[in-house]
Design a protein around this ligand. Structure first.
Ligand SMILES: NC(=O)c1ccc[n+]([C@@H]2O[C@H](COP(=O)([O-])OP(=O)(O)OC[C@H]3O[C@@H](n4cnc5c(N)ncnc54)[C@H](OP(=O)(O)O)[C@@H]3O)[C@@H](O)[C@H]2O)c1
Length: 313
C-alpha cells in the first residue's frame, strides 16, 4: 500500500511517498481503508522533530497521522463493535504511533466510532483530534456549565471552532478571538461576542471568566490568567505551563493546566452523535489529494487555517 514515511524530521518534503506492507491487525484492532485524513499543527510539529516526535523517533518506518475516516475492511477476533463495511472515524493511537498517512491503518477498535451517515468522510476526519481536544478540554477537564462565561482563543482554528460550538451547546456565554477576517465565522459558530485580537487587547474587554481555552502560548498564557476569576479554569494546550505560571495560577486560586488529548472511542461516540444531530459541524478550510500531503502540511504551518485541513484518498 502507499504510505508517507518520515525517515528523518525536517521540512514538509521529508515526507516520502513509499510502498509499504499493508498492516496486520491484532485481535482488538480493525483494518480501516482510509478515505480521509485530517492534518493538525501537531502533525507538522512532529514532522519537524517537535510535537510528539520524541515518543516516535525510534520507530522505523515512522508513519505520521492520527485522524481518519474510512471503511472497515478486516475485523480482529476480539472486536464486537464493528463489522466489515462499517464506516468509522476516530483519532488512532494518539499520542503514540498513528500510522494514518496510508491507504490502510490497523486501529484499536476502542479508538473509533461509527461515522454518521449524514456527514462525509472529509467532515468526519476533520472532527477527530481537534474535536476530541475541545470535548475533553471543555467537558471532562474544565467541566464547563450552563451560564458560565467562557473565552476561546483562536476560535476560527481547528480546536477553537469546535470549542465554540461545544461551549455554546453546554449553555455557556462564549467570546471567541480571531482576526477580523474570521469574525463572521466565529459568530456563526455560535459565539455571543467576538474580539479581533489584532486591534483589541482581550484583557481590556473581558474579565471574571469561568474558563479560558488558551491555544496560542507565549505571553498570552499569562495574559489569559488575568481574565479568569478566582476558582475558574484556564487550559493552555500548545505546549504546557512554566513553573512560574503554574505558581501564579495557584496563588490566584485558578485551576491552570496543560492537558494532552487522548484517543477514545467512547468520546468519539458523543462527537458522532453531536455531528449527526447538527450540534457540531466541521468547517473545512481546504481539501487536498493524498499526493498533496506536502501542500497540506505547508497550509497547516501557516497558522491561519480556518477550521480544518483534510487530505482525501
Ligand atoms: N494539548 C493538546 O492535546 C492539543 C490538541 C490540539 C491542538 N493543540 C495545540 O493547540 C494549538 C491550536 O491548535 P489548532 O489545531 O486549533 O490550530 P490551528 O487550526 O492551526 O489554528 C489556526 C487559527 O489560529 C488563529 N490565530 C492565530 N493567531 C491567533 C491569535 N494570536 N489570537 C487568536 N487567534 C489566532 C487563526 O485565526 P486568524 O487567521 O483569524 O488569526 C487561525 O484560524 C496548536 O499549538 C496545537 O498544536 C494541542
Amino acid at each position: 500500500m502507499k504510505a508517507f514515511i518520515l525517515s528523518d524530521p525536517g521540512a514538509a518534503d521529508m515526507l516520502q511517498l513509499s510502498d509499504v506492507e499493508k498492516p496486520m491487525i491484532q485481535p482488538d484492532q480493525v483494518l480501516v481503508q482510509i478515505k480521509a485524513i485530517s492534518i493538525n499543527p501537531v502533525d507538522a510539529k512532529s514532522r519537524a522533530g517537535k510535537g510528539v516526535y520524541g515518543r516516535l523517533k525510534e520507530i522505523k518506518p515512522l508513519i505520521l497521522g492520527w485522524d481518519i475516516s474510512g471503511i472497515v475492511s478486516e475485523v480482529g477476533t476480539e472486536v464486537t463493535d464493528f463489522k466489515v463495511g462499517d464506516e468509522v472515524f476516530g483519532m488512532v493511537n494518539f499520542p503514540g504511533h498513528g500510522r494514518a498517512y496510508a491507504e490502510y491503518v490497523a486501529a484499536p477498535a476502542s479508538h473509533l466510532a461509527l461515522k454518521p451517515d449524514n456527514i462525509s468522510h472529509e467532515e468526519a476526519a476533520a472532527a477527530t483530534l481537534a474535536a476530541l481536544t475541545a470535548y475533553q478540554g471543555l467537558v471532562q477537564q474544565a467541566k464547563v456549565q450552563a451560564g458560565q462565561k467562557v473565552l476561546i482563543h483562536a476560535a476560527a482554528g481547528g480546536v477553537g471552532h469546535f470549542a465554540v460550538q461545544i461551549a455554546k451547546h453546554l449553555g455557556a456565554h462564549v467570546t471567541g478571538t480571531s482576526s477580523a477576517a474570521n469574525k463572521d465565522l466565529v459568530l456563526k459558530l455560535g459565539a455571543d461576542a467576538h474580539i479581533d485580537y489584532r486591534s483589541v487587547k482581550f484583557e481590556e474587554v473581558v474579565n471574571d471568566l469561568d474558563f479560558v481555552l488558551e491555544t496560542i502560548g507565549g505571553d498570552q498564557i499569562d495574559r489569559s490568567l488575568e481574565v479568569v476569576k478566582k476558582g475558574g479554569t484556564m487550559i493552555s494546550i500548545p505546549s504546557g505551563l512554566s513553573e512560574q505560571i503554574t505558581e501564579k495560577a495557584k496563588a490566584k486560586d485558578i485551576n491552570g493546566f496543560f492537558f494532552l488529548v487522548q484517543s477514545s472511542g467512547e468520546d468519539m461516540k458523543i462527537i458522532a452523535e453531536w455531528l449527526e444531530k447538527g450540534i457540531l459541524k466541521a468547517h473545512l478550510s481546504k481539501t487536498y489529494s493524498f499526493e498533496q500531503m506536502f501542500e497540506a502540511h505547508k497550509h497547516v504551518e501557516t497558522g491561519r487555517t480556518v477550521g480544518k485541513v483534510v487530505v482525501v484518498l
